[in-house]
Design a protein around this ligand. Structure first.
Ligand SMILES: [Zn+2]
Length: 374
């Protein structure tokens, strides 16, 4: 069923990309064309010029670009945008899956663009709190053991390449009361390299500029899983968090933690440097879920030094996860809270709160209970 959809999907998307890029060398099969298209797009926002515009306006922009510049990257982006607009969410995820089947390294940049595009279709966001909403706990020795069957202190990414049948779409609460803690920016400086496809290979994180000896802070509370030298990463720290994510900090000059240490959000875990394969001092920062790299910029606003939203939706593709922030807001019930108070505080109604959380309007709320309020 899925593979029947795959062919028209590719056929629609690929021709405009390749034509704009290298018309004479269009001799490879669909797989090669896919990779070429991704190299062309890089990590920039593809649809900046047209997203949110009316169809008529988009046509106008496209025509004017064609007249003045001919067929170019921008017209290819507009064609891609228009072809995506008319696809269902299911068709787009089939297309994402097909990208994972292409040879070579995975084109996370293009995949991320499609996910951002889908994220902007707000009406398709889940309307009720999903049953598989992960709220994080500190009940076991190590964080998020719901997702990770083992604890490995040797390898930054010891997890299997593929995903299992039980790995489904889910939402996670990124920050909150108790063990989840609050987000902290690891290094407050300029981003010098973004996530995605660059120089013919994939960049699984982002690079943040720093001076040697600058402190590097951990993004969320958690337990240090790896703190050692490892290949091109140089001195690298990996921390598992209670929200289910793992974050990685590479090219460090000095360690300030060791494997097994419990860390608070914002704690200094090392000093920045240039160890490993690095051309100048910087922090290489990765976010992963079950070993699958996620674009940190899809849920962190580095400009505002805070999360875009407290919750993150993880969409399963065939071999990986793609992430985008959701508008869900979770409130932890405090002593004296009533459904009526919360409705007033968050500008909603008790009917809506009851519906969102699958509870009765006269339900007894308990302290520490997490309720979806928006
Ligand atoms: Zn890097």
């Amino acid at each position: 069923m899925k593979h029947q959809l795959l062919i028209p999907c590719l056929a629609l998307l690929i021709p405009c990309l390749v034509m704009a890029n290298e018309p004479e060398t269009n001799t490879g099969g669909a797989k090669r064309d896919t990779v070429q298209a991704v190299v062309m797009y890089g990590e920039e926002l593809l649809f900046d010029a047209v997203s949110g515009q009316s169809d008529e306006r988009i046509e106008e922009i496209r025509d004017s670009v064609l007249i003045h510049h001919g067929r170019c990257e921008l017209t290819a982006n507009i064609d891609l945008y228009l072809s995506m607009k008319n696809k269902s969410e299911e068709e787009l995820y089939v297309y994402v899956d097909s990208l994972f089947e292409a040879e070579g390294e995975l084109p996370y940049a293009l995949i991320n663009q499609i996910n951002l595009f889908l994220a902007n279709r707000a009406d398709e966001l889940p309307k009720t709190l999903p049953a598989n909403f992960f709220l994080g706990t500190a009940e076991s020795l190590y964080p998020a053991m719901d997702f990770y069957p083992f604890w490995n202190t040797e390898k930054p990414n010891p997890y299997p390449v593929g995903l299992g049948a039980r790995d489904t779409n889910l939402s996670i609460l990124l920050q909150g009361e108790g063990d989840l803690g609050e987000f902290h920016i690891p290094v407050d400086n300029v981003i010098t390299s973004k996530f995605g496809w660059r120089d013919g290979r994939n960049h699984n994180g982002i690079d943040i500029d720093l001076q040697v000896w600058d402190p590097v802070k951990v993004a969320f509370p958690g337990v240090v899983r790896v703190a050692r030298s490892y290949g091109g990463y140089g001195r690298v720290v990996v921390v598992r968090h209670y929200n289910g994510l793992e974050t990685l900090y590479a090219h460090l000059h000095r360690f300030k933690v060791k494997a097994g240490d419990r860390v608070e959000g914002g704690q200094v875990i090392g000093l920045g440097g240039s160890s490993g394969h690095s051309t100048g001092s910087h922090l290489h920062f990765e976010v992963r879920f079950k070993g699958k790299p996620i674009n940190p910029m899809s849920f962190i606003s580095f400009k505002e030094k805070q999360l875009v939203s407290d919750t993150l939706i993880l969409k399963r593709t065939k071999y990986s996860y793609a992430a985008y922030p959701s508008g869900i807001v979770i409130h932890t019930v405090e002593k004296g809270d009533t459904l009526y108070d919360l409705a007033r505080k968050f500008g909603t109604t008790t009917y809506k709160l009851a519906e969102l959380n699958g509870i009765r309007r006269n339900s007894y709320l308990y302290v520490g209970q997490r309720l979806r309020v928006i």
